[in-house]
Design a protein around this ligand. Sequence first.
Ligand code: SAM
Ligand code: SF4
Length: 339
Amino acid sequence: MDIISALRPQLVDTFGRTVNYLRISVTDRCDFRCVYCMAENMTFLPKKDLLTLEELDRVSSAFISRGVKKLRITGGEPLVRKNIMSLFWSLSRHLETGALEELTLTTNGSQLAKYAKELSTYGVKRINVSLDTLDPTTFTRLTRWGKLDPVLAGIDAAQEAGLHVKINMVALREDNAHEIEPMLRWAHSRGMDLTLIETMPLGEIEGDRTDQYLPLSQVRERLSKTLTLTPLAYKTGGPARYVRVEETGGKLGFITPLTHNFCESCNRVRLTCTGTLFLCLGQDHAIDLREPMRHSEADDTVHAAIDEGMRIKPKGHDFVIERRGATPAVARHMSTTGG
Ligand code: SAM
Ligand code: SF4
C-alpha cells in the first residue's frame, strides 16, 4: 500500500457504522435460473457495461486501502465469468500483505470441481455454496435446468482442497420445508454449517413469493421439537444469527431480513458488475464508480465517490411480503447486487 492510500480515512457512514466488508457481483450471468432469483428469460448486460477484471481489481484495492478487510465475490454465478481465477490471483496479494483478512466466494457450486484447488491456492479459506435441496428432481425444478450431481462433486472437491464450506439454503414453503432437517443432518455430518435464508422480495420473477415465503421463526420452532438449539454469540460479520445443534455439534444460521431487522450493525456495501455501489441491499441508494474509474487513471475521483456513498448510506431497509401480487420492494434481482 502506498503512503497516500495508507493515509486515507477508514469508511464510516453518517450513523457511525464502520464499513469493512465489500461484496462484489462480478457478473449478472448464471448457468442456473433459480425460481426465486431470476425470471426464466433474463436479458443479461452487454459486455462493455461490465467492469473489466482489471477494473474489479482496481476498485477492490481502493476499498482495501480504506479499511475493507473482507471481500466476498459473488454474482450471478461468479465462477462462470471468463478468467475469474485471474481476479482471485491478483487480489491474493492483499492477503499476503495482511491488508485484506478474508477473500471469499458465494457460488452455486456447479464449477467448483474445476476451480476448488486454485481458489485454495489463492488464499480462499471459506466459501458459501447455495444448495436448496438434495433431491435431484427438485433441484432441476428449482434451478429450472441445473443438475445436482456436479454441485455435489464440487462440494467434495472443495472439501478435499481444504476449503471450509458453508451451505446456504433458501427456505421455501412449498418446495423444501420438509428437507430442512435432512439437509441440516447431511451438512453437519460432513463438517459444514448450514444457514437458512428467508426469501427476499428482490426483482420480478414469474411466481408469487407469498406462496414461497416461509418465516424462519416457524422453522426454528418446528426444529426445536426434535433438536436442541442453543443460541450462540458467534457472528461472521454477516446478518445471520446462529444456534448450535447439540445432537449434531454443527452450527445453524438464520438470515431473516423480513422478520428481524439487522440493519443497525450493517458493515457492508455491495458493488454490481457494472460498477454501481449499492449502499443497502433493500434500498435504491447508489453511487456509480465506473465513470470515475474510466475518467482518470488516478484514484482520487473514485475515493471521492466512495466518500459520497458513505454520506448517503441509508439507516436500513424496509422489506415486507404482505400483499399478494405486490411489486417487489426493490426492482433489481439478487443476481445484480449479489445477495
Ligand atoms: N450464484 C451464486 C449462488 O447461488 O450462490 C451467488 C449469487 S446468489 C444471488 C447469492 C445467494 O442469494 C444465494 O444463496 C441465493 O440462494 C440467494 N438468493 C437469490 N435470490 C434470493 C431471494 N429472492 N431471496 C433470498 N435469497 C435469494
Ligand atoms: Fe444463479 Fe445464484 Fe441466482 Fe441461482 S441464486 S439463479 S445460482 S445467481
